[in-house]
Unconditional design. Structure first.
Length: 171
């Protein structure tokens, strides 16, 4: 029964992490504190295997917020944070996965495909007069993001560079 209780506590906290805000690592630390040290928590002793679902929840949350900001359908919604925030969250995810020795090759491929689609749709919509560009970062930032996703310049749609802000210092 005790193992089942422990599992349920961890599942609840993993759910909270996966549905947390913009920096799921903060929620992970709060969850670990609650589970192990908080006087109002269950006072569990956790081993490495116990923490795996919590770390997976961090990765899934980062995945969700990165893909949210690469979804052209979100460009005019309040939840949209733009490519600048996407790039920051991608870097956070990469560092987290490196630190925790988590393979994120699948998410990298998914994110690369989403970036290509996003830029393609942005180019089509802006050049077609449907909207003004929502790109909120510099060409260098997008080059850096695409390179970290394993993409070359040739992998990106033609004309995306023209959509970046002129003043890179304000991006």
């Amino acid at each position: 029964m005790i193992d089942q209780d422990k599992k349920e506590y961890i599942e609840e906290e993993a759910f909270l992490v996966q549905n947390s805000g913009e920096i799921p690592e903060v929620t992970l630390q709060s969850s670990l504190h609650y589970l192990t040290e908080d006087p109002d928590g269950p006072g569990l002793e956790l081993n490495g295997d116990d923490i795996i679902p919590l770390k997976q929840a961090v990765v899934e949350r980062y995945r969700a917020i990165i893909l949210r900001d690469l979804d052209p359908g979100n460009r005019d919604k309040r939840i949209y944070r733009g490519l600048a925030r996407c790039r920051v969250n991608w870097q956070r995810l990469r560092k987290f996965c490196a630190r925790e020795n988590i393979d994120f090759a699948g998410i990298r491929a998914e994110t690369a495909e989403a970036l290509q689609y996003f830029l393609q749709q942005e180019v089509l919509d802006v050049k077609g007069g449907k909207r003004s560009s929502c790109i909120n970062c510099s060409r260098e930032d997008i080059d850096s993001l695409s390179a970290s996703l394993g993409l070359s310049s040739a992998d990106l749609p033609q004309g995306w560079q023209e959509l970046c802000p002129e003043d890179d210092a304000s991006a």
